[in-house]
Ligand binder design. Structure first.
Ligand SMILES: [Ca+2]
Ligand SMILES: [Ca+2]
Length: 278
């Protein structure tokens, strides 16, 4: 039996044990929401990087092993079930604040995964990608389900496949006539734009035309995704991939990287889990 399913049964048992005392006000589903499909990705050689990108995007042939990756970003609902079952307290909850974009990045008191823009703003929707979770929180969620975060290399392979395409759907950046490819913004950092239907986070899987060659959704945009990899030359900084709702297409490229410390949460950063080698 795959570790994912056995982990889900473990989650169900734990939910029964502790959900009654969680007191979060969030409705956790008995047994826990499952994580949706994990896509089988056969290993192979692929063209990584982008000749028009940053210094660390020098084109090169790379080798990826076989693994599996969630088809969708982890949702707030799935994270609520995890919290109810495990009692996990996130880094932003411990520190008392998370980073919010409102024309600039600033620490907002009380911003957490339930209230990503702060306690005075609307709560997160269950079908939206969870945000205000640190790399450590993301790692804990994946481990609870018997999974892990994807590596930097695995993430790029899953986003672009073997042919060196610059975006999950092909080489062309999304333009005014291509507003159903991804949820993104109009400045490198940052300018939210509702032309694609959403100013901030969109329900996961809202842009099927933007799927990767492996059929994985939202690899460009919606929320940045934590990886398991640290940034070479920047000790202690964890690589993020894919761009988010406030970033322009330059940051949505399959080879573009950003990095952050592992203990902070932001309103534009989430994750998805991997398994394997598959
Ligand atoms: Ca948008
Ligand atoms: Ca994403």
């Amino acid at each position: 039996m795959a570790p994912f399913w056995s982990a889900t049964r473990r989650a169900a048992a734990l939910w029964i044990a502790v959900a009654a005392g969680s007191g979060s006000g969030w409705a956790a589903e008995p047994g826990g929401r499952d994580l949706g499909p994990l896509v089988d990705i056969a290993g192979g050689s692929f063209l990584a990087g982008d000749p028009e990108g940053e210094a660390d995007e020098a084109p090169q042939q790379a080798e990826a092993g076989s693994f599996r990756l969630m088809r969708l970003e982890v949702t707030t609902g799935q994270f609520a079930d995890f919290v109810a079952a495990s009692g996990h307290v996130t880094d932003p909850e411990r520190s008392g604040s998370g980073y919010v974009w409102d024309g600039r990045w600033r620490l907002e008191r009380g911003a957490d995964w339930r209230f990503p823009e702060g306690p005075g703003a609307p709560p997160a929707a269950p079908d939206h990608p969870v945000v205000q979770v640190s790399a450590r929180d993301a790692t804990a969620f994946c481990a609870f389900h018997g999974l892990r975060l994807p590596s930097d290399l695995e993430w790029e392979y899953a986003a672009r496949g073997t042919d060196g395409r610059r975006f999950p759907w092909g080489d062309e950046a999304p333009g005014p006539a291509d507003r159903d490819l991804a949820n993104f913004g109009s400045l490198r950092c940052c300018a939210p734009d509702a032309g694609d239907g959403y100013l901030r986070r969109a329900p996961v899987g809202s842009y099927p035309r933007g799927r990767s060659p492996f059929g994985i959704l939202d690899m460009a945009g919606n929320v940045w995704e934590w990886t398991a990899s640290t940034r070479p030359g920047r000790p202690g900084r964890v690589i993020l991939r894919g761009g988010g709702w406030g970033n322009n297409p330059y940051c949505l490229r399959t080879s573009y990287r950003h990095d952050n410390p592992p203990h902070i949460g932001l309103s534009m950063v989430g994750f998805r889990c991997a398994a394997g080698p598959g």
